[in-house]
Design a protein around this ligand. Structure first.
Ligand code: GRF
Length: 192
């Protein structure tokens, strides 16, 4: 079995969807750990409730010197890192160790609506303000330039004139829950 570590900073609804998918449906992968830079992240509770190991670290220490986190990932023999609502840069040292093995999800169609400040509701507000006719999700690899790694998957949703940032956020979140685990599983197959 390939081993997945999820990094999450907040609510963790994607983390939970991924944990459930791999428990039920996958013969090739399992979620072995959930790591967070926020000790009060609800994602940690979701992991514990599912029997997934958790590891909390401090953002600043991790950015200055990620060796403790890297050691933990190596001890757990993690094959793939999945960012699911992880709100921090990933240090270059970790990107080097897990080259092409760190995947992220972004709630818009990159390269549009990516980069600085483009997270959470900011993304959906910007999309609605610009009167876009569609948005969607992007699942991509992480390299040294955050939102610019190779795109693995995109899917779209139509925006109607009645949509608000909130209604768009709901539609995009549903797409995330539907597709992220499947794309991760395909990536695991490629790693084999
Ligand atoms: C998702 O919209 C994801 O695209 C973004 O952060 C949000 C995380 O939500 N990177 P959750 O913590 O998985 O509920």
């Amino acid at each position: 079995m390939k081993k997945i570590a999820i990094f999450a900073s907040g609510n963790g609804s994607n983390a939970e969807a991924i944990i459930k998918y791999f428990k039920k449906k996958s013969k090739i992968g399992q979620v072995s750990a959930l790591l967070s830079n926020k000790s009060d992240a609800y994602a940690l509770q979701r992991a514990k409730d599912s029997g997934v190991a958790t590891y909390v670290f401090k953002s600043k220490e991790f950015l200055d010197n990620p060796s403790d986190v890297i050691n933990y990932l190596e001890e757990q023999e993690i094959d793939l890192i999945v960012l699911a609502g992880y709100m921090q840069l990933i240090p270059k040292e970790l990107i080097k160790v897990y080259r092409d093995k760190i995947v992220n999800i972004h709630p818009a169609l990159l390269p549009k609506y990516g980069g600085k400040g483009m997270y959470g509701m900011n993304v959906h507000r910007a999309v609605i303000e610009n009167k876009e006719s569609e948005s969607g999700i992007t699942i991509h690899l992480i390299d040294e330039e955050y939102d610019k790694g190779a795109i693995l998957f995109q899917t779209r949703v139509t925006i109607y004139s009645t949509d608000t940032a909130e209604s768009l956020a709901e539609k995009v979140m549903a797409l995330e829950h539907k597709h992220y685990a499947e794309v991760i599983e395909k990536l695991l197959v490629e790693l084999e």
